[in-house]
Design a protein around this ligand. Sequence first.
Ligand code: FES
Length: 204
Amino acid sequence: MTAVWTPVALSRDLPCLGVMPVCVDGMDVALWRSASGRLAAWSDRCPHRGMRLSHGFVRGEALSCIYHGWSYSSQGNCLRIPAHPDLVPPEAIRVPVYYAVEVGGVVWIAPHAIDALPPTFEGVALRSLTVEAGVDWSVAGFSVSGLVARGLLAGVAVTIMIQFLPAGRMALHVLADATASPIALTKASRALEALRRQAEGIVA
Ligand code: FES
């Protein structure tokens, strides 16, 4: 299941009207959330002239390209072309869509429809963080199963969803024990930073 679904963000980091670039299987994806909270994930390339849609802006239930303002519904079909306001855009003008779901505060994307949802894990959102290298989980004292690592950061139990990125990089989306105090969570966040520095070979 986790080999098909890719974790790409913590739900907390994508508010309504927000749009962000993510990477799935080496493909650039625009992830966005409408005013009503609807989630959508598209190929990050406008069908008009190829501008990144993750540079666009969300109004209501549509995402508009920053370049010439073509707007698209959450299903990916073109709704409006400002230069031709009386034209009903042809159905063929459409952005390729991915499947996006959020479970347990984590956003997952799949390239096609999958019956089984991604796994749900307990915990509160700690943070997402990009590592410019691979992490040696055994040295860090974590156990790994598929795309999920479990262990302790500064004594706080955490579950880390691993997103593999091009060039050996990875993004980590971290849930922490919901009973941990704010101070303990701050320490866990710092320990995550230390883990990143260690993986990247940075001497503190
Ligand atoms: S490139 Fe997107 S509207 Fe022109």
